[in-house]
Design a protein around this ligand. Structure first.
Ligand code: GLN
Length: 455
């Protein structure tokens, strides 16, 4: 697979043209909603003339279509924003552009990032890079597929409960969900503000470290951003690694367990210690997530009212305008979450659901904190199975939510977590393992993954 350094020797215009050609060649995967061809070629010409320089000069990339970016509408894969042209660009995109990177297109996702397969896109699903009868994963499905198909060497995604890590594992690429607050969320369509993170999908761990170090850092327009702690680390000492027992039970596909055990063996062979650890609270994390996240969604999506911007339905009265706009503009999964969120926040049920979930979240964070006193890194699978068939889980939201069971814990605790390619099953479907660390240990996780690449 191509990596960022492969683009250094050729001209920016050639890089962009190759990326656009490959995007067209793989159109049937439906990984991209729009190309930003005109703007990309203009920027490439400026790189060639020396007007634009930087660490990523002339390197093409793709953004998930919930990042505000120029050159094409920003749709969030939703009818609500189908014709929305961003008045500004996301800080993450601005920082990459300041280093000369060139966005060539906008990737498909589940509408408003609600989902784990990209089948909730209002514009049709994305197909897996390796097996086009299977899902791309989601919600950053398009970003994972364009990276796995070598259309671009890296793509941006958002991860609220697994949306970078899970599609990365389904398509055999790296996925970084950073410490909460690492990268500014300014200019990114909000899903759940307390767990939304901005990260990337790449073909090597070092490329991920480079891209993250460029995007990371304080942004006065997002008060939750941390000062840039993201210094790529070169050395990896023998680390103490905990293998999470709860993620290795019989509910998990045998090939996924075998790949995780094999990775544990490789870590031991490289001099690290790997011990089994237990986190009993993990069984409650999916319930916490599917209370807290819909609550925040119901609040964040209130702005799509047909008045301020975005889609507006035909209607005679104000109430009808709100109702029809939201009915026609949102997909079923968006509406389900708005309803669950409104319910758990309502005065009669707030104490029973939302408050309980937040208390449980505090316990989860405490349990992690305790484990990280003894261990540097936690290891487990990313998902219970490799990529499932298109349509397999669409009729059953609970089944779909269960695929998030291993990715939501790090999101609720604000911890960095990586998806690392760890081979394939017999059918050739990629399997990923997950490395989780304590807050701000992102660079160390990437250094560990990098050191294991050669093994
Ligand atoms: N699959 C999870 C969900 O549907 C994660 C989504 C995300 O991270 N954006 O909530």
């Amino acid at each position: 697979m191509v990596k960022i350094a492969d683009y250094a020797s050729s001209s920016a215009v050639a890089n962009v043209r190759t990326a656009l050609e490959r995007a067209k060649q793989y159109e049937a995967h439906h990984a991209l909603l729009n190309l930003t061809e005109t703007r990309a070629l203009e920027r490439a010409a400026k790189v060639e003339s020396g007007e634009i320089t930087g660490k990523l000069a002339g390197v093409p990339f793709v953004v998930k279509d919930n990042f505000l970016a120029f050159g094409a509408p920003t749709t969030a894969a939703s009818t609500m924003l189908e014709n929305f042209n961003a008045p500004l660009q996301a800080t993450a995109v601005e920082r990459l552009e300041a280093e000369g990177a060139i966005c060539i297109g906008k990737a498909n996702l589940d509408a408003f990032a609600h989902g784990g397969s990209t089948e909730n896109s209002a514009f049709g699903p994305t197909k897996n890079a390796i097996d086009d009868t299977r899902v791309a994963g989601g919600s950053s499905g398009g970003s994972a597929v364009v990276t796995a198909l070598d259309i671009v060497p890296f793509a941006l995604g958002t991860d609220t409960g697994g949306s970078i890590r899970q599609p990365a594992s389904f398509n055999g690429v790296y996925g970084v969900k950073p410490t909460y607050g690492t990268v500014s969320r300014y200019g990114v369509v909000a899903m759940a503000s307390s767990t939304d993170t901005i990260g990337c999908l790449t073909t090597t761990a070092d490329d991920a470290a480079l891209v993250m170090s460029i995007m990371a850092g304080k942004d006065e327009r997002d008060m939750t951003t941390l000062p840039n702690f993201f210094t790529p680390e070169a050395t990896v000492l023998p680390l103490r690694i905990g293998l999470v027992a709860e993620s290795m039970n019989d509910d998990v596909d045998a090939d996924v367990r075998a790949a995780t055990s094999a990775y544990a063996e490789k870590l031991r062979a490289a001099g690290h210690t790997v011990e089994e650890v237990s986190m009993p609270i993990l069984k409650y994390t999916l319930a916490m997530y599917y209370i807290i996240v819909p609550a925040e969604i119901s609040s964040n999506l209130a702005r799509y009212d047909g008045i301020r911007y975005g889609y507006r339905a035909e209607a005679l009265t104000l109430a009808e305008l709100y109702g029809k706009t939201r009915d026609e503009g949102f997909v079923t999964e968006n509406k389900r979450r708005i309803m669950i969120g409104s319910y758990v926040l309502s005065s009669g049920f707030f104490d029973a659901y939302y408050q309980q979930a937040q208390k449980a979240r505090t316990l989860l964070i405490a349990e992690y904190q305790k484990l990280f006193e003894t261990y540097d890194v936690l290891l487990g699978p990313v998902t219970p199975t490799p990529a499932f068939k298109l349509g397999e889980n669409t009729g059953d939201p609970i089944k779909m939510y269960l695929t998030d069971i291993m990715t939501v814990p790090a999101s609720l605790a604000g911890l960095p977590a990586l998806s690392v390619p760890a081979g394939t099953n017999e059918a050739g479907l990629p399997i990923g393992i997950q490395l989780t660390g304590w807050r701000r240990s992102d660079a160390r996780l990437l250094a560990l993954a990098s050191s294991m690449e050669a093994n």
